[in-house]
Design a binder for this molecule. Sequence first.
Ligand SMILES: Nc1nc2c(c(=O)[nH]1)N[C@H]1C(S)=C(S)[C@@H](COP(=O)(O)O)O[C@H]1N2
Ligand SMILES: [Mo]
Length: 324
Amino acid sequence: MLIKSPPSWAISESDVTPESVYLNRRKFMAGTVAATAAMAMPVLGRASEGRTASQPLNYAKAAEYSTEEELTPYKAVTSYNNFYEFGTGKEDPARYAGGMSVDPWSVIVEGECEKTGTYALEDLLSPRQYQERIYRLRCVEAWSMVIPWVGVPLADVIARLKPRSKAKYVYFETLHDPEQMRGQRSLFSVIDWPYREGLRMDEAMNELAFLAIGLYGKTLPNQNGAPIRLVVPWKYGFKSIKSIVRIRFVEERPKTSWEMIAPEEYGFFANVNPEVDHPRWSQKRERRLPSGLLSPNWIKTVKFNGYGEQVAGLYKGMDLARHY
Ligand SMILES: Nc1nc2c(c(=O)[nH]1)N[C@H]1C(S)=C(S)[C@@H](COP(=O)(O)O)O[C@H]1N2
Ligand SMILES: [Mo]
């Protein structure tokens, strides 16, 4: 394995090389040429880079966003995943996502905001004051984990992009690159790529909405959505879109991937709710991982995944049985 220097977003602003070098690199990245060229590189060239090891991050623990529950071990968090771009099996992402190139990475910001443009990831995240937050993640398939994420509040990033009053929703897209993502080459894929997600603006500005760049103190493994993914812990896991390359501020509610596939099973809001069963299974309980098939660790599912105090107000007057 090639030894790689840490990606620039892994370093806090104060550790960064002299300002002149930084500004030059910024200028270079701003053209997007670098990022596009890297993405267009032949697969063989990238493959020789090998698996990028996770890099340690500097962060402060956010005590108010924590839990006493036991953390799901790193091994389980990084080996049992949903990331259909790499296949539909739970072990496919860990097996096949390693070759995805995540450095450099750029994110396009467009639509109803003042600061549209193509951002190098480190610039989107600047001033790079990372926090650790321990959140529950509840998949619509009735399993859950407790994960220590590292990242930044989504609200801080959005505020810097200065959305206009017309922006009622924020829309996200994952990388679409069939050369790197074998699931996107599959003829049997149910998803119309790229993977799409969205939040209502007030949901996106809620204190809990988080952009994660790491877990367990290190940069995200590719299978968990490197280099940047959304985490909205009061909603079913499919809302927490991985490997984001586009953020668009829009007036109309966007079409999202799982809603496009089966609107009667997966709603736009997708708030965790034990009172509304999935048409094919109960949502009253969940398997807290790790839990073997022989000794499933079933626990009760809590409305809004236990985050009602922070988010219930967003849905006042809405019939959550209909707007699931
Ligand atoms: N781009 C993309 N994002 C995605 C998915 C996916 O298939 N593609 N799966 C979602 C689902 S269903 C879940 S439960 C979580 C899983 O996150 P984890 O693998 O880090 O636990 O990612 C979500 N984000
Ligand atoms: Mo999920």
